[in-house]
Design a protein around this ligand. Structure first.
Ligand SMILES: *Cc1c(COP(=O)(O)O)cnc(C)c1O
Length: 428
């Protein structure tokens, strides 16, 4: 059956016109292609676009610094002393946590290390960390270095779950089996919320339950899940979670990351690497030598926060607050299902969808394996770039395309598909 482009365009535009969240796109700065048209930006999984409000939020802090200097800690429009608290409620709502369970601080890998200091306490009988074989390199490095730091050997203390499904995804059964088989010698289970390469979503609650039943601690890396999925971190029961804010949270390159510590640990006397900003606020400025941890996630802070880096997070979270994660996720499911169906129907000869088809097992990202040699994949990827379509490339043959519900549209998905067809036609 021939593909009727005119009809497809009218259909995509009608879907966009009916989208209750369509106006959110206007709150973002959409980069332009060489010809002046707006890019099709499918790279929010890597670096989210800049909200229009961000510049203003940053300038306000620069102004307070120039006008008030040290006084801005107390008299700024958003006083710097309690600044991290201005993002707390929105952050908690975003990940389904209680406010005292979350804190914005540091960067993702730093937070992962800080959390492992507290939650990876290996003993000779229970020294292992359980991860997935395809873990993001930074997570792998962090885990391996922690194992060595404690004097254990990664060849025995690092256990990696292999993908067991055809597309390189991991079934819930495989995870349950690995926990069951190795759990008694596992100190920490560390898995992602969304696997960065395949786009697969993991069931945080089921994993936590299985791991806790075996006496393991559980942490999640939510780099690709925060701002993408509706999360219920508190209810999941996991011990900790970490995420970055420059991907789906649109807070700019190297933005201040997030950290969750379950409330059951809020007042526990856990070993930690401490700094003065984690000291109980009521007595912090007595400047006494002994450390008294602030209750909750705040107690893991080290330094006074970088205000210029937190201002974009505050601006961005206010968009999530107004939009609500549940409405965003509803749109996201519709948009990605539309994209997925178009790719399968129109591009079956060119692209293979790696990401699970079940909406419960994916977020907005589709990972698309290019059929044919690696050279074909690179050629397609570069062709898309010349058409103003920005996705990203993962060696050896995967294009990741993430239509995010905040600023992407059905017409963007259609433009992607039409461009791939155009490329395929040039190759005969
Ligand atoms: C993006 C990403 C990181 C990046 O770590 P930074 O410390 O922010 O540089 C780490 N882990 C995962 C799973 C990621 O997706």
């Amino acid at each position: 059956m021939a593909f009727d482009i005119t009809h497809a365009e009218a259909d995509a535009l009608a879907r966009d016109a009916a989208d209750p969240l369509a106006s959110l796109r206007g709150e973002f700065l959409i980069p332009r292609h060489d010809d002046g048209s707006e890019q099709v930006y499918f790279c929010g999984n890597s670096l989210g676009l800049q909200p229009r409000a961000t510049r203003e939020a940053l300038l306000a802090e620069l102004d307070d610094w120039s006008n008030l200097a040290v006084e801005a800690h107390f008299r700024g429009r958003h006083p710097w002393m309690p600044y991290h608290e201005f993002v707390r409620d929105d952050l908690a709502a975003l990940v389904g946590a209680k406010p005292h369970e979350v804190v914005a601080m540091n960067s993702l890998t730093v937070n992962l290390h800080l959390m492992m200091v507290s939650f990876y306490r290996p003993t000779p009988e229970r020294s292992a960390i359980l991860i997935e074989r395809g873990a993001f390199p930074s997570d792998h490095h962090a885990v391996e270095s922690q194992i060595r730091f404690h004097g254990f050997d990664p060849t025995s203390a690092l256990i990696e779950i292999d993908a067991d499904e055809a597309n390189g995804t991991i079934s819930a059964d495989a995870i349950a089996r690995a926990i069951d088989e190795h759990g008694s010698r596992v100190a920490l289970v560390l898995l992602p919320g969304v696997q960065y390469r395949t786009g697969e979503v993991f069931d945080l609650t089921a994993i936590t339950r299985a791991a806790h039943a075996k006496g393991c601690r559980v942490g999640f890396d939510l780099a690709h899940a925060a701002g993408n999925l509706e999360l219920a971190l508190h209810d999941s029961g996991c011990d900790f979670a970490v995420w970055c804010s420059y991907k789906y949270l649109n807070s700019g390159p190297g933005a201040v990351a997030g950290c969750f510590v379950h409330e059951r640990h809020a007042r526990a006397d856990l070993p930690r690497f401490a700094g003065w900003w984690g000291h109980d606020q009521a007595t912090r400025f007595r400047m006494a030598p002994e450390f008294v941890a602030a209750p909750g996630a705040d107690g893991w802070q080290l330094s006074n926060p970088p205000i210029l880096a937190l201002a974009p997070l505050r601006a961005s979270l206010s968009i999530f607050r107004r939009a609500t994660m549940s409405a965003l996720r509803a749109k996201s499911e519709t948009l990605t299902a539309y994209f997925d169906a178009l790719v399968r129907e129109q591009l079956g000869d060119v692209l293979h969808v790696v990401t699970p088809n079940d909406p419960a097992r994916r977020g907005c990202q589709l990972s698309l394996r290019v059929k044919g040699p690696r050279e074909a994949g690179r050629s397609l990827f570069e062709f898309l770039t010349t058409r103003g379509i920005v996705a990203d490339w993962r060696e050896p043959d995967v294009i990741r395309a993430a239509p995010t519900p905040l600023y992407n549209r059905h017409i963007d998905c259609l433009r992607f598909v039409l461009a791939v067809r155009e490329w395929a036609a040039t190759r005969g």
